[in-house]
Design a protein around this ligand. Structure first.
Ligand SMILES: *Cc1c(COP(=O)(O)O)cnc(C)c1O
Length: 357
């Protein structure tokens, strides 16, 4: 396999050893001489996969049995609806911070479920920074934030302090850095950015926030129903969960979040230093809020785009084209992306400067 430097924003890069093991399991899972894709999710062998996938999340987040872990279908977008449906009371209200496209979509769903207030927003500057210094209502049912804004390339470097339950969409930076997970009542993440393939979404929820809405709940949208069913109330996305388990195992075996955080910082420093140094590029976000996962940048002279594109393509780089809403370039540096790939991009940027400065 020729080496492609994969900067895709999502679904994103996975460790090669995980891909190989996953491929093997499609033919012969656990030496059963059966494919993982053709056995019952209730089989002993698959139950072990589900158990390990759930317990690895708690282990990596360092939380106890007051939390439950679920893997559900429907993507992170389904959680935009399930979160308010399960946490927002008839008489109460929810507080949201709007930091981009995904947060806006979460707000849209919450407004349909109940009283929803946007307490801070960075929409005034096309979401190129993280709002700070806003007041969090003490009586809201919960606060909803987005830790990393995949499209705009901003990231919360610290989290709000509040006594109300805090809910976070961590789809694009989960397990990329040390956080204090116990500060959150609910964390969710679509797996396909930083923890596995598309098709399953991880939800980690503190049990004490559930069951308070008074709402008559649809079963499939009720976290408690899924908790009671051990995340197998219905057939779970068996293969995505398996690949996620392997990815989390890979992370743990190499030294966990503390290990990857250092590498992620090295990658981000390498690229942002070049964006700032190089006369041909400019970053698009406030420096203090720059995402270590998704780096967005523009060419100073957009008329040279075709030449730049030719250079990075010939260096086996893929996936750095910016989101259609932002334009320019976006290099996503998820956990599985090696430092060498960032170096390859930086080398191309230097060569480009040589040619056009
Ligand atoms: C990609 C993404 C989503 C949407 O995920 P789906 O699984 O496609 O629904 C939500 N939030 C964030 C932060 C994302 O990066």
């Amino acid at each position: 396999m020729s080496k492609v430097h994969n900067f895709s924003a999502g679904p994103g890069i996975l460790p090669l050893e995980v891909l190989k093991q996953s491929a093997d399991a499609c033919i012969n899972f656990d030496n059963m001489n059966l494919s993982l894709l053709e056995i019952s999710h209730r089989s002993k062998n698959y139950e072990a996969v589900m158990d390990e996938s759930r317990s690895l999340v708690k282990e990596l987040f360092e939380v106890g049995d007051d939390y439950e872990v679920l893997y559900l279908g429907g993507g992170a977008s389904m959680q935009f609806a399930m979160v308010p449906y399960n946490l927002l009371t008839e008489a109460g209200h929810a507080a949201y911070v709007n930091t981009g496209v995904w947060a806006s979509k979460a707000i849209k769903e919450a407004k349909i479920v109940g009283n929803t207030k946007v307490i801070a927003s960075s929409e005034d500057k096309n979401f190129n920074y993280i709002p700070k210094g806003y007041e969090i209502p003490k009586n809201a049912d919960y606060l909803h934030i987005t830790s990393n804004n995949t499209i705009y390339g901003t990231q919360m470097k610290s989290f709000p302090k509040t006594d109300i339950p805090m809910v976070c969409d961590m789809s694009s930076d989960i397990f990329s850095r040390k956080i204090n997970a116990k500060d959150f009542s609910l964390i969710y993440a679509g797996a396909q950015k930083n923890m596995g393939p598309a098709g399953s979404t991880m939800i980690m929820v503190k049990k004490d926030v559930l069951g308070k809405t008074g709402r008559k709940m649809l079963s499939m949208l009720d976290y408690n129903v899924h908790i009671k069913g051990g995340s197998m109330y219905n057939t779970p996305p068996v293969f995505p969960i398996y690949v996620t388990m392997l990815t989390l195992r890979w992370l743990k075996q190499h030294g966990g979040v503390a290990w990857i955080e250092k590498i992620n910082q090295q990658k981000a420093d390498l690229l942002y230093n070049e964006i700032d140094r190089n006369s041909q590029f400019v970053g698009t976000t406030a420096k203090e809020d720059r995402s270590n996962m998704n780096a967005c940048f523009l060419l100073n002279k957009p008329e040279h785009e075709a030449e730049f594109d030719k250079l990075w393509k010939s260096a086996n780089i893929d996936g750095i084209r910016g989101h259609r809403d932002v334009g320019g370039y976006r290099a996503s540096m998820y956990n599985a992306l090696p430092l060498e790939s960032v170096q390859a991009l930086v080398d191309v940027m230097k060569a480009f400067e040589q040619k056009f400065a």
